[in-house]
Ligand binder design. Sequence first.
Ligand SMILES: [Ca+2]
Length: 449
Amino acid sequence: MGSVLKRVRERQFSAVRVAWGQAALLALACLLAGSSSAAADQAPAPRVGTDAQSDQALAPRVVTDILPRGPWVSEEDWADRLVVALGLSPAAGPNSPPAALFALLCPQPAQTEEVPPAAPVRLAPGATSAAVDLTVPEAGLYAVAVQGHGLQQWRAGGRNAGEIDPHLERPGFAPELLPLPAGVQTLQASLDPGSTATRVTLERYRQLCIEPRDGWSAGKPLRFGDKARTLVRALGLESRLPIEGPPQTIEGETFHALPGQASVTDEPLSSRTSGGAWVRADRDGAELRWDVRIDEPGVVTLLARVHGAASQIWSIGNTGPRAVRPGAGAAAWVWTEIATVPLGAGMQTLRVQLRQGAGVDVLRVLKRRDGDQDYLAVLDAIGVEEGGADELVDASAASANLANPVVRTLVAGFLQRLAMPGPDDLTLIQNQQERLYTRPLSPLLPAEM
Ligand SMILES: [Ca+2]
């Protein structure tokens, strides 16, 4: 009955909601822009109970009749809609079986000794373009990695991978991910004069996992709880989930690093440091690591109190690296949100690469509550109304979300949000590779993370 009422309200006020959606879009953009420098002392609270909610509560409710519901949406139907909305359909192709759609949204972990497709690039002297055929073993998202030297652009599957800037001592990575189907793909390169490429590799990007609470099941009707869960993940709004329990605090000065990378200091900056000490990078590209204990699998937010104006490249566990740019007060200490990501239980390694002189005082790990109701509340707070967690989703409810302007805008930026740090960020650390990259591939390689 609750959902029937909601359906009716949805129809009655759909026009109002569109206007509200535009206002919410602006508000949301501000929220998201501001989320990168969240102070841990005022750690992001669940944004429930906003004006939007009270507006809706005040709106007149007219229940005229009981609308027939259905047909029900299956999990594979919802997966198909998400794949299209997220821009992954070039990898899916028409009439993909459910398992292929599910694997696109949540790839299986890599098999041990997975060999990524790679091939030499044969360039005539002075050539500024190249084409290489590679066999993609499995549909999915791929990152282009190039050995060579100098600026170049690569594209495949009708999509540009962006500017790549390899150096002789390390490969370059394209900032954009490519959704590619299984089969032979032609990668095309356009090289700046003087640039060369000797080998190109497609690294599978497996960090993404959008899935229902109990994983995807073909033929199973979709619940609103799982719809909310998958949508919030696709929208990148997990940092809106409520915080659960006390934070785990890790002092920056308890870092691990190779010798000569960084040192502990008690030098005062503008404000007091936690524990009376912090770690400072002694060279550009210094890589620092911390062990983070995750007691149970779930969504976790990492915050760091950092110092330094230049970009920092952070990653945890098997998530992709991300460039974090400390905010304006970076001459002193700034609390910065590093990431909000689902993590498995156990010890996870948190890594950062810093410019010389930059530092880390303290880290906080916040556990997010991630029940169905929590995901539903996140959507409610941005004006996306759903049914009860265990109610089944009908076709009109499935389409309504993806037509919502807030949802459409956020979903359209999905592949950009997954993008790797740009060439400028990597250039920061290009000069200090000899000790960092003792392994065949750099710590930033997706395959390793
Ligand atoms: Ca400290």
